[in-house]
Write a protein that binds this ligand. Structure first.
Ligand SMILES: [Zn+2]
Length: 147
């Protein structure tokens, strides 16, 4: 890592230069070390910001629910939406669907979602029966028939 090199070599070199009485060289080195330090601080801040953005996305992902067709945003006591499935899956954006008489329309990708007439149609069950397959045991040592 860069920071390890920074600590292991830079400071030691500066110290050695001081010990050798090469103060101007030591000063120049200290200045470049300071610049590196500031650059690392800046990078660190940027990474922190990135982490918090990722945490926000994960938090949002926790609250987004898929109904088999569209997404809904679930808050404590509130359900917002629906949102476009295509836009969220592709761009991570929650785009409100505009309601028409028989369908919802995404203003961004122009995707259409039929408004289910029957409640039964809206409840798409995604559960599949779990199949348990017995695995064949593989013998560790295969007995060979000597011919
Ligand atoms: Zn869309």
């Amino acid at each position: 890592m860069f920071s390890t090199i920074f600590q292991a070599t830079g400071f030691k070199r500066a110290l050695n230069l001081c010990k050798q009485g090469k103060h101007e060289e030591a000063e120049a080195l200290m200045k470049s070390l300071q610049d590196e330090f500031f650059a690392i601080c800046e990078e660190n801040e940027a990474l922190k910001l990135q982490i918090s953005e990722v945490a926000d996305v994960l938090d949002l992902a926790d609250r987004v629910q898929f109904d088999g067709q569209k997404y809904w945003l679930i808050d404590e006591n509130d359900k917002k939406g629906p949102f476009c499935q295509v836009c969220y899956d592709r761009d991570g954006l929650l785009v409100h669907l505009q309601e028409h008489e028989n369908h919802w329309e995404c203003q961004s990708c122009r995707g259409l979602y039929m408004i289910p007439r029957d409640k039964k149609d809206a409840q798409v069950s995604l559960k599949l029966p779990i199949k348990t397959t017995l695995k064949k045991t593989i013998p560790l040592f295969l007995e060979r028939e000597m011919g």
